[in-house]
Design a protein around this ligand. Structure first.
Ligand code: ZN
Length: 448
């Protein structure tokens, strides 16, 4: 079981074995994705030419930081559009590359809040027929395959607390990680797929660099149980918000944010508990779940009726992002509707950059640059650094700006998306977070 849109990750695993890709090296991961994505064969050919120009063997070139610039350059050439702001010097010369990294960093800022991250295992893990149903296993298998493709030898087992710190906080430029659990306990032996009591280990280890959201609240399991759990999460775990799923594993299959009987009592309780930010998985209708609940139409009434809460559409509801964008595009007075780009950006940028530009363009044009949040869905996608570098260099080509009214991605927009918007809605102390980040880098451990 797999996403068709993710099929090329099979090739990624193969290339990784060939090259000995280091999953902790963001450049290598990014380059490999370009070489195995939708434009893979054409990009690979151009990589050979670039390696010659740089005077390196193919293998050494692909494994070097130059390789990632060369791959972005190749994507521009293959498509005939300028999606990436790179030039040929950055693909041939290490000094030029270093300088380009500094320039891109200066332009986008080095304060990065990844509002969409996960660990993805639990004590006892997932065993078919023992603590996991067949349907539950679809999702585990999907994430296992992704992790292995990215070079984590044990798939989801490697998406643990320890590697969260290594991959997201040490090896990427991420300053603050916001993480959330998965519920669906009907499919996982009566226990949440990722239980709160396991994932809280992330915040215990990195309290100044992470924020924890609660999840697994499913009103179809009973509203009073749901409200009790919410109160417990607030009191015991001091949560920073919610990330929920409107599809679920109960017999009813799903619920809606605008359900006045099932959902509104949750939002009222959020008000009472001082919870401001409520996210929901929208779009990417994966595995065992029904696509209808991945649409964002239920945000419309909920956002109007709870103006003091922020509603965040995770994954930006892709491929239904236009429906989400219309909720603000035609109601510009709205100030509490947000989107987050995790997995959506990752799945499109190296393989379908034109689609990526349309998605980002639509969100930035209609929701607005103050309402788009950075997220990577790591550890599902390994080290998020390649996504950070790709976004630092990504641009909406002029043709789309003129033809669709999308904005150009300015340094100001990059800074807002990368961190300022999240800092505003989560009240993140930027200075303290930057200090904590510097401490993590200073104490960096070796684990290669
Ligand atoms: Zn996620």
């Amino acid at each position: 079981m797999e996403f068709n849109v993710l099929q090329h990750f099979k090739g990624l695993a193969e290339l990784g074995r060939d090259l000995g890709t280091d999953p902790f090296d963001g450049d290598q991961v990014g380059t490999s994705l370009f070489m195995t994505g939708g434009m893979g064969p054409q990009i690979s050919k151009k990589m050979d030419e670039s390696a010659k120009k740089a005077g390196l063997s193919r293998r050494n070139f692909i494994r070097s930081s130059l390789g990632f610039s060369a791959a972005m350059l190749a994507a521009n050439e293959v498509t005939g559009m300028k999606f990436f702001e790179v030039n040929s010097a950055q693909a041939e010369d290490f000094d030029a590359k270093k300088e380009a990294i500094q320039v891109a960093r200066a332009g986008s800022g080095d304060f990065i809040v990844d509002v969409h991250t996960h660990v993805c295992t639990r004590p006892g893990h997932y065993q078919l027929g023992v603590n996991t149903t067949e349907r539950g296993m679809w999702f585990v298998q999907l994430l296992d395959d992704l992790g292995k493709a990215f070079g984590l030898p044990n798939g989801t087992r490697d998406m643990n607390v320890e590697n969260y710190g290594k991959l997201i906080l040490q090896e990427s430029d991420t300053t603050v990680g916001v993480f959330n659990p998965f519920g669906f306990r009907e499919d996982y032996g009566g226990q949440d797929m990722i239980p709160m009591e396991y994932q809280v280990g992330v915040r215990e280890k990195w309290p100044k660099s992470t924020l924890m959201l609660a999840g697994g609240l499913t009103p179809n399991q009973g509203l009073s149980v749901t409200l009790d759990r919410l109160a417990m999460y607030v009191e015991k775990y001091k949560i920073s918000g919610l990330k929920l799923y409107t599809f679920d594993s109960t017999k009813k299959k799903g619920w809606w944010f605008d359900d006045e009987k099932l959902a509104y009592p949750i939002w009222e309780a959020c008000r009472k508990h001082g919870i401001k930010n409520v996210g929901c998985h929208k779009g990417i209708p994966f595995g065992q779940f029904y696509a209808r609940y991945a649409h964002a139409e239920d945000f419309d009434a909920a956002a109007d009726d709870f103006l003091d809460l922020n509603f965040i559409a995770y994954h930006s509801a892709w491929p239904y992002h236009a429906e989400l964008a219309a909720l603000k595009g035609f109601k510009p007075q709205r100030k509490n509707l947000y989107c987050e780009v995790g997995s959506t950006f990752a799945a499109t940028v190296t393989s379908r950059p034109l689609e990526c530009a349309h998605v980002l363009g639509t969100l930035l044009r209609d929701l607005g640059p103050d309402y788009v949040l950075w997220g990577t869905d790591s550890l599902l996608w390994g080290n998020p650094q390649w996504q950070i570098e790709a976004f630092r260099n990504f641009q909406i080509p002029d043709q789309l700006v003129e033809g669709h009214g999308y904005p150009k991605i300015t340094p100001e927009i990059r800074r807002k998306v990368f961190g300022e918007n999240a800092a505003r809605i989560w009240n993140i102390d930027k200075k303290a977070a930057m200090t904590a980040k510097a401490e993590i880098l200073a104490n960096k451990t070796s684990y290669a």
